[in-house]
Design a protein around this ligand. Structure first.
Ligand code: SDX
Length: 376
């Protein structure tokens, strides 16, 4: 079987989907037909979750019920035995490893775990969307020898996460920034982690298994892990004055610059401008504008020299760092948002399913006879 194929499935269309549209040439991103620029301005992460799962914006009554379910302590809290399990993990375990382990373990406590009906999968999606921030925040406290902070049902998903991390009610700007970041990371068509989730769902496996597949794929530095690597680059550059020379040397060394380039966008990622604005506002609020100044210089040089543009991961970490969030929490934050998109794609895959099983162009040995070991 000889066939033309594209390494990495580049530009290969593998199925239809009604959830997310990306215009790679114009740099536009739509969730169920709504431009993220408008959703960032008018919506909330909770409303975007409803939109991704149901395909329509909710009525006031439906939104209130949806927010109540997402914010309820019953859905946000972790089973005590799971917290006991977390306490057994080595303190050096990274937050992404804890998220991968914790989501898998949550299936054991979920009454709907083996039920793939739309109703049960939606109930599980609400619980996971509500529990993942609690899981990430609990580990942040436990690994530093502190007691986890119980979720506050009066706070939004964004505000509650920042509260559970620090134990203090966040500022309105921090809450708004975090809510916008969650909106911007919620879905992105058939990106690597979403496709991993769909391949898993297409075997008729369950939601928790598909989300664990997504978490494993998102962890990689070419995908969701890039936001952490960008901050490590900023830390190496140290000051805005050093940025120009540092990035020119990195490019001369043929280094891959995290936060730049994209498989689909041929122009700047439409999410980057919002995250840059938030990082800039937060930096001013906390009196540290150096992160954005460093990144702006890096962006100017990389764009000029390589014609490669900022993606979603370039400025997100600068915003989170300005809120005092540790670097290795950045990718878990990406996952806390993307679980909404992953769940939407699992629901869509289960509704019109066909097993996803591509072929390989075989380039190995031709048929050969087995040789007994004494003759090898
Ligand atoms: C996300 O798919 C999605 O939608 C993902 C995402 C989502 O919301 O789900 O948008 C989130 O993952 C954003 C991307 C985060 N990753 C990074 O920032 C890591 C750095 N970026 C690159 O590794 C790269 O741009 C990818 C992986 C994102 C895309 O790479 P492709 O399409 O596989 O392109 P490629 O690696 O084949 O590069 C093409 C050329 C190469 O030059 P040549 O070797 O052919 O001369 O462009 C160069 C690359 O060297 N290039 C880069 C570069 N990205 C591409 N050179 C330096 N730095 C970069 N960042």
């Amino acid at each position: 079987m000889s066939s033309v194929f594209k390494e990495g499935l580049e530009d290969i269309v593998v199925s239809t989907s009604e959830i997310c549209f990306i215009d790679g040439r114009e740099g536009r991103l739509l969730y169920r037909g709504y431009d993220v620029d408008e959703l960032v301005q008018h919506s909330s992460f909770e409303e975007v979750v409803y939109l991704l799962w149901n395909g329509t914006l909710p009525s006031r009554k439906d939104l209130e019920a949806h927010v109540k379910a997402l914010n309820s302590t019953a859905n946000r809290k972790l089973p005590p035995k799971l917290v006991t399990m977390l306490r057994q993990l080595p303190k050096k375990t990274t937050p992404m490893e804890v998220l991968r382990t914790g989501v898998s373990a949550l299936a054991a406590f979920d009454p709907d775990a083996a039920d793939n009906s739309r109703e049960a999968t939606t109930r599980k999606a609400i619980r996971l969307t509500a529990q993942m921030p609690t899981l990430v925040a609990a580990w942040e406290r436990l690994r530093r020898g502190k007691t986890p902070v119980a979720p506050n049902p009066k706070l939004s998903l964004a505000g509650n996460f920042v509260y559970m991390l620090s134990g203090k009610k966040p500022t309105d700007l921090a809450t708004k920034t975090f809510d916008v970041a969650l909106i911007l990371h919620a879905d992105h068509e058939f990106n690597a982690s979403t496709f991993a989730a769909r391949v898993t769902a297409a075997t008729l496996s369950d939601l928790h298994s598909a989300i664990v597949s997504g978490i494993g794929a998102l962890k990689g530095p070419l995908h969701g892990g890039a936001n952490e690597q960008v901050m490590r680059m900023v830390e190496q550059i140290k000051t805005p004055e050093r940025a120009d020379a540092w990035i020119r040397k990195a490019l001369a060394d043929k280094a891959r610059i995290m936060g730049f380039g994209h498989r689909v966008y041929r122009v700047e990622d439409p999410r980057a401008k919002h995250l840059r604005r938030l990082a800039s506002e937060l930096g001013k609020q906390v009196g540290n504008t150096s992160y954005v100044k460093i990144l702006d210089t890096v962006a100017r040089v990389v764009t000029e020299e390589k014609k490669i543009y900022p993606n979603v991961d370039l400025y997100s970490g600068a915003a989170y760092a300005s809120m005092g969030i540790p670097t290795d929490e950045f990718t878990p934050i990406f996952a806390m948002s993307r679980v909404a998109g992953w769940a939407a794609h699992v629901l869509e895959q289960h509704a019109h399913n066909r097993l996803i099983r591509p072929r390989a162009e075989y380039t190995g040995h031709a048929r050969q006879q087995y040789v007994p070991i004494e003759r090898r």
